[in-house]
Ligand binder design. Structure first.
Ligand code: F6R
Length: 230
């Protein structure tokens, strides 16, 4: 594991964006696994500002709420279109999302394309990565999950009210994520410091899904001082 200590949110965003930009320079047709959420918003902003050529990359998002399509402002497709895809020259046909119908076909799609070169992740308050919620086992492939009440509550800030937050989502599985050649985990804020400590230094358990990242051979954490408790 490589730990990059960022000063603050802006510095975390710049450093993670630099790692992704380096990947795209190194391999212009990189296949990138992407996350949504508040933490990685700054990463997309910085990446868009580089003015880089993204026309050869393809993207595979981690997860999507069930029942929300791109016209819904809370869908992850809408988030990606607004915050990244429409700001760069990525080809819309090169962008992919999991869905409940496709299920494991999403893994086959990624595998046939040659696998992910880099996976960007955020960290849930309960240790989830993608929407792999704490449970009794690591679920390997793309699957539909019932979201934890704590996750629905954390994400309700974007919705009209708690009832409007979908109860299920489809997510890449742990194997799908761990098969990426390089993984970057971005973490910001004091409220994530305890879970980050458990993810990085605690026992590797499906009850703390992110802890499995300790086993990845090319795993970089970019965390700000608040998240690191510095
Ligand atoms: C979303 C995703 C989630 C988020 C996590 C953190 O695609 O994969 O695992 O990364 O819930 O969300 P924020 O950054 O909003 O705290």
């Amino acid at each position: 594991m490589q730990l990059i200590k960022a000063r603050d949110y802006d510095d975390m965003s710049a450093r993670a964006a630099a790692l992704i930009a380096a990947q795209v320079i190194f391999k212009r047709d990189s296949r990138l696994g992407l996350a949504t959420g508040s933490t990685v918003l700054g990463v997309y902003k910085k990446l868009a500002e580089t003015g880089f050529d993204f026309s050869h990359i393809s993207t595979y998002n981690l997860d999507e709420y069930d029942g929300l399509d791109e016209t819904d402002k809370n869908s992850y497709r809408h988030y990606m279109n607004t915050n990244f895809f429409r700001r760069v020259n990525i080809k819309p046909g090169n962008t992919h999302f999991p869905d409940a119908q496709k299920g494991k076909e999403y893994d086959t799609l990624i595998e046939l394309a040659g696998g992910l070169d880099l996976q960007l992740l955020g960290l849930g308050h309960n240790g989830h990565i993608g929407f792999n919620e704490p449970c009794g086992e690591f679920i390997p492939l793309t699957h539909t999950v019932t979201l934890d009440e704590s996750t629905r509550k954390a994400n309700s800030r974007f919705f009209r009210d708690m009832d409007a937050v979908p109860k299920t989502a489809t997510t890449m599985g742990i194997r799908t994520i761990m098969c990426a050649r390089k993984i970057i985990l971005c973490v910001s804020g004091k409220e994530k410091s305890e879970i980050l400590r458990r993810v990085l230094y605690g026992p590797i358990l499906p009850a703390v899904p992110g802890s499995v990242l300790q086993l990845h051979p090319d795993f970089t954490v970019v965390a700000d001082a608040d998240a690191l408790g510095d």
